[in-house]
Write a protein that binds this ligand. Structure first.
Ligand code: KMH
Ligand code: ZN
Length: 269
């Protein structure tokens, strides 16, 4: 079994300081949170930028500042979001890909997202994949519903993404696929052979699905984007605290944790 890649999803687009007082928002805060997660054992950092008011932005300049600040501290893999917030348009969302990051997210279909719709038409998906291919960016294929795996397979047939694919199963978003163990197994059984995958359970599902990911040979994403709690009614102190817990569980279960360079080798980047 490969070593465990832990992704820290630090900020997201939906979480606010009201939900989580220690949410990193500014480039300095995001870079410091990334560094603390790196020290804790994360090898990828999934980044959503915020503007000066703390609102989600897909601004090239803000992502550039964050990327440079993280790179000045450590060699964690920088993975910007191209999902942004539900109201961002496709051109806006694609901006961080111009930074030629090692990875970026590629959402593989449309779904309900709480009261909203997270729009990823066939046209968007192909456009995003094409741009990432042009820029040499490894896509992490975000799967919120089972059919999105088929959309990813179509991209392979079209030559728009290279194999082996890397998936992130985001399970438990209200309005999309639930986060039961059966749901995760169903996803894992339907991806192309040789693919790698990570799992991000939303809210209280984060820890049980992370544990499943460790056992099944997948990888794990945790962080305030997905879950702001450490336990029922108890807010986590930091993103790093959530990473540290995954590292402890992995050790107890006999799974070693990957460094960023080991993660690069596992993901072929
Ligand atoms: N904020 C969600 C609507 C991604 O980062 O690629 C989309 C999202 C996915 O978070
Ligand atoms: Zn995200």
């Amino acid at each position: 079994m490969d070593k465990l890649i832990i992704t820290a999803a630090l900020t997201g687009a939906e979480v606010t300081r009201e939900n989580q007082p220690n949410l990193p928002l500014t480039p300095d805060e995001i870079a410091e949170a990334a560094y603390q997660c790196y020290l804790a054992g994360a090898s990828i950092v999934h980044v959503h930028a915020r503007d000066a008011e703390g609102n989600p932005t897909q601004s090239y300049d803000v992502y550039k500042e964050i990327k440079e600040k993280i790179e000045a501290k450590c060699n964690i893999i920088f993975q910007p979001s191209t999902g942004g917030a539900v109201w961002h348009g496709p051109e806006e969302r694609l901006q961080p890909v111009d930074l030629k990051p090692e990875m970026a997210t590629l959402s593989a279909g449309t779904c309900n997202f709480g009261p909203d719709v997270f729009m990823n038409t066939e046209e968007y998906i192909e456009k995003f994949a094409t741009k990432m291919k042009e820029m040499g960016v490894k896509p992490e294929i975000e799967v919120f519903e089972r059919g999105m795996i088929e959309n990813a397979k179509k991209l392979v047939k079209q030559g728009l993404v290279e194999t082996p694919l890397h998936f992130d199963f985001v399970l438990g978003v209200p309005g999309a696929c639930p986060a039961t163990p059966e749901d995760l197994l169903y996803m894992v059984r339907n991806i192309p052979e040789g693919s790698t995958w990570t799992v991000a359970g939303i809210g209280r599902h984060e820890l049980p699905l992370a544990t499943m990911g460790i056992i099944l040979g997948g990888h794990v994403r945790v962080g305030f984007e997905d879950n702001v709690y450490y336990g029922k009614g108890q807010l986590a102190q930091s993103n790093a605290e959530l990473v540290e817990r995954v590292v402890r569980i992995a050790k107890e279960l006999g799974r070693e944790v990957a460094t960023p360079d080991e993660a690069r080798r596992i993901l072929n980047i």
